[in-house]
Design a protein. Structure first.
Length: 259
């Protein structure tokens, strides 16, 4: 009888331990395929600067991290509906986005660049107008806003595409003459040893900063897995202890970090 009682107590204790482990929140991070920020490695596992950044914040806050690929144009809807808990994917900070979502302090500088075939570089590098030129950019992004708002793109032949990489493929194949992408992606993908070595990027002076987005009103939202205050404190801690710089160096992004 004593042996049975001991066995029952052990089983109950194990059940309690596993139940406690199961109570740890999982933070769902909305991402897209965006090297070197978030991308799938050869084993189909998410990796990249933002991936590791998010995982380190998860360790500090005691939450699990899970990544979910989303339609970038629907990110505001996804996070405010609770389908994801954060947008963490090299997201440029804009006043419009700050109206719709809670956005962290900036942690990295960025810019938008024009990408063309190398053979067309002379045609576009000193361009003052892209009128009549077939231009593509990721729909719902600041890249699209750049095309729509900058005078240099007035009267261009613009089409939105699903991903920044799609824009690169369109220029490479000749179905578009120009795509506008983030500088950090251009530096990662447009290199002599890459599949896009026949492309070049041109800096047009369009500058911004990256931030992380949460559901609007996260600090006061009952049941929020992470608040804006917690997120900003975690970013500051990773900046101060050098961990963010350590991650950035792995992806050649250390010179883009802001403090």
């Amino acid at each position: 009888m004593k042996k049975i009682l001991v066995l029952v107590l052990i089983c109950a204790l194990c059940a309690a331990v596993f139940a406690g482990c199961g109570e740890k929140d999982t933070l769902i991070i909305g991402v897209t395929q965006y090297p070197p920020m978030n991308y799938l490695d050869e084993n189909g596992k998410w990796t990249g600067f933002e991936t590791e950044f998010a995982q380190e914040v998860g360790k500090l806050l005691g939450v699990n991290i899970e990544f979910l690929e989303i339609d970038w144009g629907s990110k505001e809807i996804e996070v405010n509906a609770g389908n994801i808990d954060a947008v963490w994917n090299g997201m440029s900070i804009t006043p419009e986005r700050a109206e719709e979502m809670d956005i962290s302090v900036p942690y990295m500088s960025n810019g938008q660049v024009v990408v063309v075939l190398a053979e067309n570089e002379d045609k576009f590098k000193n361009a003052t107008s892209f009128a009549g030129v077939k231009v593509v950019a990721e729909a719902g992004s600041t890249l699209e806003q750049c095309v729509q708002n900058e005078d240099i793109f007035a009267n261009c032949d613009y089409t939105g595409v699903d991903k920044q990489i799609t824009g690169l493929m369109e220029v490479k194949s000749g179905t578009a003459e120009v795509t506008v992408i983030d500088l950090v992606m251009a530096r990662e993908l447009i290199r002599p040893d890459s599949d896009y070595n026949d492309l070049v990027y041109i800096d047009m002076g369009f500058i911004d900063e990256f931030g992380i987005a949460l559901r609007k009103g996260s600090d006061s939202f009952d049941g929020a897995k992470i608040t804006l205050t917690q997120l900003n404190e975690a970013i500051k801690k990773l900046q101060d202890n050098g961990k963010l710089l350590e991650i950035a160096k792995k992806y050649d992004l250390e010179h883009s970090l802001t403090q």
